[in-house]
Design a protein around this ligand. Sequence first.
Ligand code: NDP
Length: 479
Amino acid sequence: MDIQNFINGQYVDPAGGTWLDNYDPSRGKVYGRIPDSDERDVQKAVDAAKAAFPIWSSMSAQQRSEILIKVSKGIEARLPELAAAESRDNGKPLKLATRVDIPRARDNFAFFATAILHDSSDTHDMGESGFNYTLRRPIGVAGCISPWNLPLYLFTWKIAPALASGNTVVAKPSEVTPVTAALLGEICNEAGMPAGVLNIIHGLGGKVGAAITEHPEIPMLSFTGGTVTGQTIARTAAPMFKKLSLELGGKNPNIIFADCDFDEMLKTTVQSSFANQGQICLCGSRIFIERPIYEKFKEAFVERVSQLTVGAPTDDNTKIGALVSMPHLEKVESYIKLAEEEGGTILTGGERVQLEGEFSEGYYLRPTVIEGLEYTCRTNQEEIFGPVVTLTPFDTEEEVLNMANSTSYGLAATIWTSDLKKAHRVGSKVESGIVWVNCWLVRDLRTPFGGMKNSGVGREGGFEALHFFTETRNICIKL
Ligand code: NDP
């Protein structure tokens, strides 16, 4: 299966005529090719996006909204096909793609299509001397670059607000998981989106991503991915004074107090540790447990985790699918080895799983739980981004906050307690852009989404995203 770039409403081959292999991680086999695009393809996409900008930006919010709602409905209509494609491309359980990834991509479009109908801008009254009003206008061509873990979900989380606010887009999905992004072009055409409004270029980060980042006619960049890539992008974009939104890595703490609802906490903690094979930037990878329930938690958690079915993504019983690629599997394994070198004990998991038949060469790893590590060691400080968590006991709030806040990251945290005051106290002190109390991954798309410290710059979600993709102009009227 070959996929093509989507430029000016048409599917086209890459300018250089070269292609990259696309792997099915559940089988460990190449199953298609994707364009190995370069700066020439990006230039064509920018030209198309620039030409479409006057048409798209001058449409009323209502007109744009109607087209984006049709895109949302188009995703809904093709949900089974998109979910199957996502699962095959990424290795995630089909059930997860059907219940979470694709519905969320649909909702991203519906949310921003309707949000623009409710947005308003400010006036600042200066009494008899005059007043100010603030305009927010689309900027031009937005560059959107997304990762492989939640492919269509995160791709549309950027594209939908960029388009809704009147910009045109040049987007690059991860080269590792390009297929659903490619299908989105068809859906946009069917929805009546004018040619050139959305352009999708496939290829390597160092070529296509870099060409988007460096392009002088792309004045804003929304990026989700690793912290090191974010640094590379910022180095190029900052001197060009581009608007920049960076959603980066995490090493999220999961803080469990002895007074929590144990059963609810246990069920959710299994999910927050291993959903999508632990490859969600919001997964809690460092689990801190108050000492009085440490042994009870350890025993119950390890038992549940060891029962999670590792299997083919298409199998209904599968809880843990394949990791996204062989290099990623090897990276995760290297951290398990490091954890042992650092004195950790593997309580469950740690080894590959070989399935039968056509899935025998897939990238499967048993979910892994480790204890006995210092909170300062590399395993507990660096992002692993796989099905690996560590357990650490604590005695006081002060101690757990110190451990939780000890990494360079600050994306998400989870707190489990029945004491409301404690929840507020700890929630306000944990250094995370997103804090969940007695829950995980409960999302309201209106809320600010993003991280502190090395987890990013800026916030996505709600009006924050719409405002990022607009330029603000204050007009002062003297009476
Ligand atoms: P990467 O940073 O490797 O890649 C992200 C995207 O950037 C890909 O499309 C990649 O292309 C592209 N890219 C790579 N190099 C460059 C470059 N020099 N210039 C421009 N673009 C480039 O991240 P992963 O895909 O490995 O995703 C995992 C990471 O994403 C984790 O660190 C995770 O925490 C983070 N993440 C953060 C989220 C958040 O909301 N904060 C949400 C989800 C994930 P290619 O695929 O071709 O390399």
